[in-house]
Design a protein. Sequence first.
Length: 403
Amino acid sequence: MPLDFSLSPEQEEIRQLAHTFAEKEIRPVAAHYDESEEFPYEVVRKAHRLGLSPAAFLPEEYGGQGLDFLTELILNEELHWGCAGVGVCIQSMGLAIAGIRSMGNEEQKRRWLPQFTDPERLVLGGLGLTEPDSGSDALALKATARRTAERGEPGYVLSGTKQFCTNGGIADYHVIFANTNPAAGPGGIAAFLVEKDTSGLVMGRKEQKLGVRASHTAQLILADCFVPEDHRLGGEPESDAAGPGALGALTTLEATRPGVAAGALGIARAAYEFALDYACQRHQFGRPLVQHEAIGFKLADMATSIDAARLLIWRAGWMAVNRRPFERAEGSMAKLFAADVAMDVTIDAIQVLGGYGYIKEYPVEKWMRDAKIYQIWEGTAEIQRLVIARAISGQRATIRLND
């Protein structure tokens, strides 16, 4: 069967819709939200109403449109081309959606997933995994979940602190990881759906960040936070209706990395396009900058690396859609390469602009600041290389949440 890299009519329509939205709705306000670090509620609501949020990719039985994962990657690239910070905000409900889909039992999916799909109601999601003392070694988490019936119904009391939580404290639903049996080590880890305003769920410090500043990042403090028993994702493990639970969902995490890679690609493309346009218009020594080999070759490398990153991302997306396992860590390959490309391209874009690239009058310095986090979150570049090395050498390593 011949290879076909063309988009379907539906994918092209969604790409154009997302690009127009990024151009008309996101870019005009990107600098404001980068400066103010406010959550762009109105922009996110508009995107959600247009079907540009993760809710559109839910299956139809849960109220979504059933769009495929490759289409989601195309959408992610365009939104992040507009602004990574705002793009993250639009996509952020996907954190809770992914947790419910991968860990919840069928009853829980039908109960909570439709909450996200109403176009007239914005429902935010968040995730609590990382802790002050556990990042890449996520299974070393210290948060606990103690079973109790002391409050009139069976449930769990969550205690601990979660760090770097996207939408932490402002999300309508948080997926929180905690250990039900610390003596059992990773085997005791479970995930819980915690609703906003639950007693004992406290937002701690809101972080001030280098980039993606529109996105809300904060600590979550679990101060004897009670959740009912039926809020344990997957249900009780001894139940006949139990879902896969927290550890059973770990193998699905590799599939989320192409989505992060697509965001990095959008940043890189934005910086490259701006630098190319600048180099074509700016004259030095009697000719456009792009005609000087020192600049032209740099732009050629930028264009080539961007196309290579997209091919890795689309391959991983195609594999996920066709349910082909990432036996060689293809999701990590896409994320690793695209994140490095975003960092390299944005740095080079600043170099092409020279002094103008360093000042806030031009957006390339912002794109560089935004790009850096893609080498860190969803597994650092070092962790991605570790995952790839294990995969290509045939090692069956201990599965870790951030690997």
